[in-house]
Design a protein. Structure first.
Lengths: 276, 276
């Protein structure tokens, strides 16, 4: 059984991601913050961590990139999770009873069309995470409230599912990274997350991207992040994919001639976005 | 007096940004969601909107880019705001009285070092926004609680500032966009926000960036956003700056030959990041 650090509590989407990646062979270690998650790996108290890095609606969690760099962690895998929201209540509670709805602010926002259609007068309570909301509704035996969260949190805390798939945008995915203290050499890697800086002149970024293109390396993500305290300078976070490992080796070598301080955050097998 | 739609309530960082950009000549119109903000402009109920688009720590608000496109709004300006956090309490309340702290989850996280040093036992209450927390602490005349927020919310709701600059990261900036229904032709623009798609082949993005570079156009932001429902296709959000408007005209024309569906979200004067 692998010990996996996650931000949040058991039942959360982070646990869903960990179970999916490690095929249920996991014991989750609950952490209050993403920083604590990294500290747990660093102190060898867990085997791996699973950490959200971007969501198709809300965007990237830039601070998590910074944590990965600060703690010198390695990305050893990725997994995409379809984010489906459900209305969870205690046994015996019906639609007509619901006067309060508890969830994470982003989850509430994601279900606003549903809430405004069916519960326009419900009082919304913003909580730290979706699983914690389910736990709260269950533990306090609330008879006039619902939580919004994933199915697992409902099962885990003994709530029943009153409505399923209540999110407005049905194609909402979160990408999670699997992190380790040491990168284990893996066969069959076809994706890498790298970050680099380039000189401050016209075309310095294009030169790096040309090198990738010339070596048949596909870009699947690019994001500039301003460097704090250095106006007009940026770190570029780039995800790249390849069919042929030799092309990747050659591209990285060539890129090092034009980029400064290239870091390979991890090389791994790409995850698939599954349809519903 | 200009009517400005903002997400959140009076006293918020959004109002700070609006006042700074329009030099206090503003009447803010409070909106619950960013969608409502856009609807207000669309219905001509306000003159402009001010909308956060990215924060140096938390990253981009991708959904806001989508709203700007969905409502066909024009970016007519930008402003950077230094995000400083303060501990706000009712008159007569001292440090020793504080058992509860109310604020937005990200604000609480940003002040965690301060909280853990001085108020390790305080119960933290997560609220929709910082200004709403200040309002709550004031209206309920809480004598054992503090709010964390900007100075203006403290002044507006009659709280005194117990501590100032309690954020961990002192170089935290949020960038706000000024939005209008119609783009007014402005002289002296030197920055644009554009988005485009490119063909699915090696080097298609590099080709666009080369065109900008050849025309001495500086990239100040680049971010890929996966297109929902189209695997392996991306929209690129790019901010560019120029010294010479003719170079910009030529670059846009040339880029249109390699990019598909280029949209200019707005052309405006670049905002300055001021030091503290």
């Amino acid at each position: 059984m692998k010990r996996i650090a996650i931000q949040g509590i058991a039942g959360s989407f982070h646990e869903d991601a960990a179970r999916k990646y490690f095929e249920d062979d996991v014991e989750v270690v609950e952490c209050k913050t993403f920083t604590t998650v990294c500290e747990m790996i660093d102190a060898d108290k867990v085997d791996f961590a699973v950490m959200a890095i971007e969501n198709s609606i809300a965007g990237s969690l830039l601070n998590n990139y910074q944590l990965i760099r600060d703690f010198h962690l390695r990305i050893i895998g990725e997994i995409y999770l379809h984010i489906q929201m459900n209305l969870l209540v205690n046994e015996g509670v019906t639609s007509a009873d619901i006067q309060h709805i508890h969830s994470h602010p982003i989850a509430l926002q994601q279900c606003m069309e549903f809430i405004e259609s069916y519960y326009p007068n419900a009082k919304l309570h913003e909580k730290l995470d979706t699983a914690a909301s389910a736990k709260l509704v269950a533990e306090e035996k609330m008879i006039n409230a619902a939580a919004i969260g994933n199915l697992r949190s409902g099962e885990l805390y003994g709530l029943k599912t009153l409505e399923t798939g209540i999110e407005t945008n049905k194609k909402n995915y979160t990408r999670f990274l699997i992190l380790s203290k040491h990168g284990n050499p893996t066969k069959g890697t076809n994706k890498a997350s790298v970050c680099f800086e380039v000189g401050h002149f016209y075309g310095s970024l294009a030169r790096v991207l040309n090198t990738f293109a010339e070596n048949q390396i596909n870009l699947t993500k690019i994001q500039s992040v301003p460097i704090i305290g250095k106006p007009n300078e940026y770190t570029f976070h780039v995800d790249i994919e390849w069919e042929n490992g030799e092309n990747y080796d050659r591209a990285i070598h060539q890129v090092l001639k034009s980029a400064s301080s290239l870091s390979i955050l991890g090389e791994y097998k790409r995850g698939e976005i599954q349809n519903q």
